[in-house]
Design a protein around this ligand. Structure first.
Ligand code: PMP
Length: 359
């Protein structure tokens, strides 16, 4: 054994992380560009001060108030015992694989998909299997159903809207895959759910029909609360109970619970910017198409566009102009998060110059 005694399969692997560069226009990690208003900041500060007076005690490990508030927010008849929360939906996803994956079991997704899933599978020693999406990033339903039946995964991971493509899954796809998965669970990752275009339904509607369906959400995007780390899921109570077995004791700090509860009290205001971002997203899609690029239809707060013979040099040309976007997705594509109108104007100007330069 060599020192440090790192697991063989982790040797030489770089830790995950998009570059955190100090540039004027940061459009690379799908954050919400609008900071909380002074009124929200004040309410959060008061809630944290209150929580601080009992920090000598461990927090409510069942985070009962928060579960009720999240259930109320989700609607669709979701009850508090159907809600589970953790430090970001990243942790929720890891807990799902700790509980339902493991050695000799398989987790399945369809590429291109969220880049963190294979890491959660690796860390929980779950076999990782990748099906594929069509060239327009949709799922061929019949092929996907066959893959689920053949692979017999204990966990299917379906981001909808998908990261990095922005593609939402139709409810028929979710229902069909829930049925095909048998006793396996189907996780519909709706981290970007609130940004759906009108007419695109949420998988929350299907919860009463499928006991193996899990819908995950986060406060990082629509609630503009990425720094607070609060993700959650809605599922059958048996699924929430199973996760309790693998969670760390008191995993959700009293401060986190207080911050999330305060933010939920301001849901209408925090979510008020979502409509602006959706409009800006649709305008970005329109503009990118107008300048002759291919653009994936997006139900999220980001847009995947291309294709570039040398995407890295386009990414670099934007960075040189103070605009940081993401080099991700299939070869030749780039992803831009939706920022404020001013930030999107800077992005368009930088991209126009970069494209002229490369002509
Ligand atoms: N799922 C998807 C599809 C994501 O893109 C992200 C964030 N990039 C997450 C989950 C995790 O978000 P968080 O941990 O901040 O809730």
């Amino acid at each position: 054994m060599t020192f440090p005694p790192l697991r063989e399969e982790l040797r030489g692997i770089a830790p995950y992380g998009a570059p955190q560069l100090e540039v004027p226009v940061q459009l690379n990690v799908n954050e919400n560009p609008y900071p909380p208003s002074p009124a929200v900041v004040a309410d959060i500060a008061t809630a944290v001060a209150h929580a601080s007076s009992s920090l000598n005690r461990y927090p409510d490990r069942e985070f009962s108030d928060l579960r009720s508030a999240l259930a109320d927010y989700l609607g669709h008849g979701v009850r508090p015992e159907q809600v589970w929360a953790a430090n970001g939906s990243n942790e929720v996803m890891l807990q799902l694989l700790q509980a339902f994956g493991g050695p000799g079991r398989r987790a399945l997704s369809f590429a291109p998909t969220y880049s963190m899933y294979p890491e959660y599978a690796r860390d929980t020693v779950t076999d990782w299997v990748l099906g594929h999406r069509e060239t327009d990033f949709s799922l061929d339903l019949e092929a996907a159903r066959r893959t689920v039946v053949e692979v017999a995964p204990s966990v299917v991971l379906l981001p909808s809207p998908n990261n990095p493509t922005g593609t939402a899954l139709p409810p028929e796809a979710v229902s069909m895959l829930c049925e095909a998965a048998g006793d396996g669970i189907v996780v519909v990752d709706e981290a970007y759910g609130e940004f759906r275009r009108s007419g695109t339904p949420s998988a929350l509607e299907l919860l009463p029909s499928h006991r193996n369906l899990v819908v995950t959400r986060t406060m990082s995007k629509a609630f503009a609360l990425a720094g607070a780390r609060l993700g959650y899921l809605a599922a059958a109570p048996q699924i929430c109970d199973a996760i309790r077995v693998v969670r760390l004791p008191y995993h959700l700090s009293a401060v986190t619970q207080a911050v999330a509860l305060a933010a939920l009290r301001h849901a209408p205001e925090l979510l008020g910017r979502v409509d602006d971002l959706r409009a800006e997203r649709d305008e970005t899609v329109r503009w990118l198409r107008e300048v002759g690029l291919s653009v994936a239809d997006s139900d999220a707060n980001f847009v995947l566009f291309g294709t570039f013979a040398d995407r890295h040099s386009t990414w670099q040309a934007l960075l040189d102009r103070g605009v940081l976007i993401r080099e991700t997705g299939p070869e030749g594509w780039l992803r831009v998060s939706i920022g404020t109108a001013t930030e999107m104007a800077a992005f368009k100007e930088a991209l126009t110059e970069a494209m002229e330069e490369s002509r």
